[in-house]
Ligand binder design. Structure first.
Ligand code: MG
Length: 337
């Protein structure tokens, strides 16, 4: 088994602003495992919210020896070995996990969605994200998003009602709101009441992650369901937040890959919690990987590749908002011509 990696700078179509800050260029790390001339590809899209960055990952990878992985081991043995090598960096765990699932699928002629028992025809419809902006830009972005039946709107700004009102001047389509930890209890109550009359599907992460008690209070009060993002890192988060949230947002870059994400899906189902698959700004490698699990969940917010101008890969497609999984073995990714 051979290992390689490279960095890539994803450029965003529009400067992307959420409650925490803005970005225009997003560096990601691509990793490759090769066996018998077949290569699996994975991706780390590190987030500074979780104290991870591409430079730290490449510095770490440059010191790493990949001797010792048994080329004849099972997929679980490969994953156990790789997780131990990732130094606790979640996005790097995800990169290894994705590349090894891709490689394993290609070597066994099995699509990754089939490996997880997912029915390709039942993939979710994805929302399209509108970042925080001024009225004119918001209107422009909503018109650009015309082909997407669902919007995800970032709030937690000082002009949240203006943002929603501006969108409602243009469209009545269903909106998911993500406050990215931007509210306090009073504002959360006020906004949930106000939003509930404006065709909103749910509210994601109203309060800072450390403020779980107020989240439980808001859940008692709110007419809208609450989804956990920054409060839900991996499967170990789920028992702790059960009761404070109605559902969870699983991201490969938070939980460390597909194997852990599938464990989270099992645990959330046992607790009757809703499940969404989310993403960072990512290439089609990580977006397609997350999409392979979308037939198993309730909601998808997998548009991180669509927000960019220079995605080097082809993978999952979106038709009228619905995710169309590639049919090939592994993740089904190819480099763009
Ligand atoms: Mg979120």
């Amino acid at each position: 088994m051979h290992f390689n990696y490279s960095t890539y700078s994803l450029k965003l179509k529009h400067k992307f602003t959420i409650a925490r800050g803005s970005e225009e260029v997003v560096p990601v790390v691509l990793v490759y495992f090769t066996k018998d001339g077949v290569t699996g590809v994975g991706e780390a899209a590190p987030s500074d919210r979780y104290d991870e960055d591409a430079l730290r990952i490449t510095k770490y990878l440059s010191t790493l020896s990949f001797e010792g992985i048994s080329a004849n081991g099972s997929l679980d043995e490969w994953l156990d070995w790789a997780m131990a090598k990732a130094d606790g960096i979640r996005s790097l765990e995800a990169a290894f996990d994705l590349a090894l699932h891709d490689l394993h699928g290609k070597l066994n002629d099995e699509p990754t969605y089939a490996h997880f028992g997912a029915d390709r025809a039942s993939a979710c419809t994805t929302s399209f994200t509108i970042g925080i902006d001024d009225k004119e830009k918001i209107r422009e972005k909503v018109l650009e998003a015309d082909i997407y039946p669902l919007l995800k709107v970032k709030l937690g700004s000082d002009h949240d009602k203006d943002i929603i009102n501006t969108i409602r001047e243009v469209t009545n389509k269903l909106i998911r709101v993500d406050a990215n930890e931007g509210w306090d209890l009073e504002e959360g109550k006020r906004m949930c009441d106000w939003l509930a009359e404006r065709n909103i599907e749910f509210v994601e992460q109203p309060f800072p992650a450390e403020n779980l008690e107020d989240t439980a209070r808001l859940r008692e009060y709110s007419p809208l369901e609450l989804m956990a993002d920054e409060n839900c890192i991996d499967s170990s988060s789920i028992p702790e937040i059960d009761g404070a949230f109605d559902g969870i947002n699983i991201k490969l870059m938070k939980c460390g890959g597909l194997r852990e994400a599938s464990q989270m899906i099992r645990m959330a189902r046992e607790r009757d919690m809703k499940i969404m698959l989310g993403c960072m700004v990512e290439t089609s490698v990580a977006i397609t990987a997350a999409a392979t699990l979308s037939p198993l969940v309730d909601y998808a917010d997998l548009d991180g590749n669509i927000l960019t101008t220079n995605d080097p890969f082809d993978g999952v497609k979106v038709e009228d908002g619905k995710l169309i999984l590639p049919e090939g073995p592994g993740l089904g990714i190819s480099l763009k011509a």
